[in-house]
Design a protein around this ligand. Sequence first.
Ligand SMILES: [Ca+2]
Length: 298
Amino acid sequence: MRFNSSNLKGADAGFILIFAIAVCLLLAVIGLIAGRSVQSALRETRTAVDIAQARALADGGVALGVARVQSDGDLEPVVCALPGAGAVAVSITDEAGKVPLNTDNRALLLAFFSGLGASRDEAQTAVARIFDYRDADDVAQSGGAEREAYAAAGLSFRPKNGDFESVAELDRVLGLAAAIRDRAKPHLTTAVTAGGVDGAVAADALLQLIANGAGAGGFSSAFGDRPDLPAAFSARSTRTFYRVRSIGMVEGARYVRETVIARPQRPGETLRHISWMQGELNANDEALLARGASAPPC
Ligand SMILES: [Ca+2]
């Protein structure tokens, strides 16, 4: 058979052309991927910078909140902007307006858990388990749970037999329904150990749910729909413990800083931060975040 050199040259040329096109396509794809990687890296860097700036703003906002507390200033939320740097939203709450998780007032805790939607039996169980978790003995109350019950449930931890140090510690109490526990947390405090709640600084929602949980029979309503707490559930604020919650906003980045402070009560005392942690955004923040876009200068 005769070899056709012209056909071979044509085939070679075709192959080289296809190879060249393939190389070009490959280079184009590599270039595209590299370009996107650079863009992606730039975006990530930008986001990281925004988050760092939002965090710095949030921490600066804490200083603004602390200054308000120390000067007995207005405790209404503040939203203000640092031109070119973003905005900050600061809210301050007196912890005396929450239910003390370490309170000895069993009736208050019963009304509170009932108001959150627990049945009377579920509320009594929840309160018994909270007391068992805290009290020094290992003898379970009616409906409660001590060491044996925790071991039988296969838990690696046991009741603390000491006061709660944080509201998050509620997760370590055996047998609390997760839904009730999560609804309870925003209304609880470990900063204050009192026999009641100061209705003057409590959120409307908390007063309403305690009223609902207590059957509302003993409540008057001197201030419209805002229930008054009965004396058995009340304690005056010592105006010492405040939660300062500060949200830094930079472009799309948000950072939440939460701290509980103890205000000096005597000359020579200094302000103490009892806790300092990263917080999380919640549904109530939407109104504050919306104000960030057109906030006045700080
Ligand atoms: Ca105990």
